[in-house]
Structure formats: structure tokens, C-alpha cells
Design a protein around this ligand. Structure first.
Ligand code: PLP
Length: 398
């Protein structure tokens, strides 16, 4: 007996190994400062929790339509459209158990084996995993450091496209980099997609996790709504990572296909959880918005200590809850050129736990700077100051 060959092409989120290393170090009695988690240590808004309780009491515990309950599809169509200056009909919204399943279902819907899909690297590791698992060719595009953070290497994207390219995955408000496209960059990506007739998966997981300004969607640009599937999730905005609630939003033919995949996979997203989603979208926003005040305070604390640390420089993103500092010089100071070793030594010396660039894809040719990712979603401001203060002292001690 053997397992299926395609499993050799299935990737994973190697960042989970960082959680394991932190847990092991913590189990030995050491204090851990968790900057590795893309999860939130904030509570789901109480009105959302109450709506789920009501739905259970009302008996919303059986199967429901594969594409989601009509009330949630309607609420999402209104809200997602309104925030992007677009009109979506409820039949263009397909409810999912989280945002992540949109990635695999988009790829299954648009890509034939042997076709090529472009995806960001560093980026969310599931893109590459799913493209390859379904027999596609995963072609990564890179980011270049810029005056304000990072920008996409558009020339590289253009050079990667062949007649066999069917789609591009675009994660504006980026994990792990925290980068946001300028209007010009977003328009250039749209232009490339239109010119080469590509589908676009716009991963908008962090669309509403921002501290100033307004997010823009590539779907809003002329000629883009009909070729774009938006990945929407409740995970971050409503601190609902473990509830598993999200949606795919796009052209009807893809929405119908994704709904059919739902029927084959999970039948439906948990029925009563969808009523909580309706409350999240339509109900009182006070608690959800208050989370952004907490997060921006954390961001400012982390950025301030990191930029005061020898050998570390970091930009302060206006969205997401990730920092992607350049630690090349800090690594030289502590005497290592190995990122994994740097992270391990930092953990053992200070208890500060973080992911590295390597958890978000293989380094690209010519990449000569070293980066790590600090998530400030799962750690309070005082702990941020304390942990990063210890990191600062440790690097300063060499
Ligand atoms: N896309 C990006 C860029 C993410 O960072 C995440 C989660 O961290 C997801 C999608 C999926 O999140 P979820 O499945 O919880 O909605």
C-alpha cells in the first residue's frame, strides 16, 4: 500500500514549527514572548457571540445551503461591495469555513494541471502548496525594498508570464511583509491581468485591518471585477480565527463552481456560525473597531523598540498586524548568517519567538537581505516592550 503521489507536492505552514519550538522552550520553565502567531489574543465581539448563542437556541443546527444562508450572502454582498465601490449580488458570494478554503477552491476552479499560476514570495505558504498539489506550476514573484516598505517587482512578473499562465494571486496588505500597493502598482497588476487574460485571486484577509487611510481592491479597477475572486474572512476583523468563517466573492460562474466544491467538501459552513457572521456585518461595530485601537498601540510600541535596536530597521505598515524587519546587520552583530539559527538563539537568549522569511517561501535568486516576521496580534503592549527590550539588550551585548 502507498499513499497518493500528489501528496509529495502538498506543502504546509512551516510556521507551526515555530509554535512548537516556543512551546518546548516554554515547557522548560522559560518565559515566551509570542511574536510568531498570526492569531489574535483578543475576544470575539460579544454581540457576535450572543448571535451564535441565539442561533443555536433557535435550532439552527442542521444542514443549510452549500453556498451559505441567504441572510449572510446578502449581508456580505452589500458590505463587501460598499467598501469597494462595487455592486455584488448575493449569488456572487459563497460562504466558506474561513478564508483559507478560497485559495484551494479558486485554484481548483480555474487551473488545469500543467498551467502556471503566479504567487507572491515571501507570501502565505498555502498558495504554492495548493498550486503544486493540483498539478500546476507555481511561479513566485518577489518584492523589493522601497523607501516606504516594499514594492512588487513588476518587471519580474511580466517576465514570468507565458501563454500557459492562467492566474495571478495577489495579496495587497501582505502577510508576512505588511506591504500595501500604491495605486500605480495595483493598476499595473490589473493591466497585466487584463492584457494576458488572467484570473486573479485577491487575498483581502487584511482589508479592514488598517489604522489610517482606506483599503482599495484590485476588483474595483476597470475590467477587473469579472476576472477577480476576493478572499474574504471574518478571522481577523472580528477576532474569529477559530470560528472558521469566510467567503469567496466573484463572478457567478466561479461562485457556482465553488458552491459545488462546498457540496463535495464540507456540505456547508457551520450553520449557526453564519448567523454570528450576519451580526458581525450588520450589527454594532463598537467592539470590532476597538480592536484596531489596541493593535495600533502595539504596532507603535514594537516599531519604536525595533528601530532603536542595533542592526534592525523596520517600516511601520498602516495595515495588517505584521512587521517585517531587516535583521541582516543584527545577524552580523550576533555572529550568524543563518536565519534559523538567529531565531533559535534569540528565543533561547530572550524568549522572543518569531517566524523568519524562510517560513514564507524559498528565498529568491539575488535576495541578499535577511528578514523576520513579528506578529503583534497575539501579545499585549507591555509584553511587546519587555520582550523586544530584551532582544535589544541581547543584540547590544555583542
Ligand atoms: N490569507 C492570508 C494572507 C492570511 O494571512 C490568512 C491567515 O493568516 C488567510 C488567508 C486565511 O485565514 P483564515 O482561513 O483564518 O480566514
Amino acid at each position: 500500500m502507498a499513499l497518493a503521489e500528489r501528496l509529495q507536492r502538498l506543502g504546509t505552514e512551516t510556521a507551526f514549527s515555530v509554535s512548537l519550538a516556543a512551546a518546548e522552550w516554554g515547557a522548560k520553565g522559560n518565559r515566551i514572548f509570542p511574536f510568531h502567531l498570526g492569531d489574535l489574543n483578543l475576544a470575539t465581539p460579544s454581540n457576535v457571540v450572543a448571535a451564535m448563542d441565539r442561533a443555536i437556541a433557535d435550532g439552527k443546527t442542521g444542514y443549510c445551503p452549500a453556498a451559505g444562508i441567504p441572510q449572510l450572502r446578502e449581508a456580505l454582498a452589500d458590505d463587501i461591495g460598499m467598501r469597494r465601490g462595487l455592486t455584488y449580488a448575493p449569488n456572487q458570494v459563497v460562504v466558506q469555513p474561513g478564508g483559507k478554503p478560497v485559495i484551494t477552491k479558486f485554484i481548483q476552479a480555474v487551473m488545469n494541471p500543467g498551467q502556471e499560476v503566479l504567487y507572491p514570495n515571501p507570501g502565505y505558504p498555502i498558495y504554492e502548496s495548493q498550486i503544486e498539489y493540483f498539478g500546476g506550476v507555481a511561479k513566485s514573484y518577489r518584492y523589493l525594498p522601497s523607501a516606504t516598505g516594499f514594492s512588487i517587482d513588476l518587471d519580474q512578473i511580466r517576465s514570468l508570464i507565458t501563454p500557459n499562465t492562467c492566474a495571478i494571486i495577489y495579496n495587497d496588505l501582505q502577510n508576512p511583509i505588511g506591504a500595501e500597493s500604491t495605486d500605480a502598482e495595483r493598476e499595473a497588476i490589473a493591466q497585466i491581468a487584463i492584457e494576458h487574460d488572467l484570473w486573479v485571486l485577491s487575498d483581502e484577509a487584511y482589508f479592514e485591518m488598517r489604522y489610517s487611510g482606506t483599503s482599495k481592491s484590485i476588483a474595483s479597477l476597470p475590467g477587473m471585477q469579472e476576472r477577480t475572486v476576493i478572499l474574504y474572512t471574518f478571522s481577523k476583523k472580528f477576532a474569529m480565527t477559530g470560528w472558521r468563517l469566510g467567503a469567496a466573492v466573484g463572478p457567478v460562474e466561479i461562485a457556482d463552481t465553488i458552491a459545488k466544491l462546498n457540496t463535495n467538501d464540507e456540505s456547508c459552513t457551520t450553520h449557526f456560525v453564519q448567523y454570528a457572521g450576519v451580526e458581525g456585518i450588520r450589527g454594532d461595530q463598537t467592539e470590532a473597531l476597538a480592536m484596531l485601537d489596541v493593535l495600533v498601540e502595539r504596532r507603535d510600541a514594537a516599531v519604536s523598540v525595533l528601530n532603536d535596536t542595533k542592526g534592525i530597521t523596520v517600516a511601520a505598515p498602516e495595515a495588517t498586524f505584521y512587521l517585517f524587519p531587516d535583521v541582516t546587520d543584527a545577524m552580523a552583530i550576533v555572529g550568524t548568517d543563518d536565519l534559523a539559527q538567529f531565531a533559535e538563539r534569540a528565543l533561547h537568549a530572550t524568549g522572543v519567538s518569531f517566524c523568519t522569511r524562510r517560513h514564507f517561501g524559498r528565498p529568491q535568486p539575488g535576495e541578499d537581505r535577511q528578514y523576520v516576521r513579528f506578529a503583534y496580534s497575539g501579545i499585549g503592549t507591555d509584553e511587546i516592550r519587555e520582550g523586544l527590550g530584551l532582544l535589544q539588550q541581547w543584540i547590544g551585548s555583542f
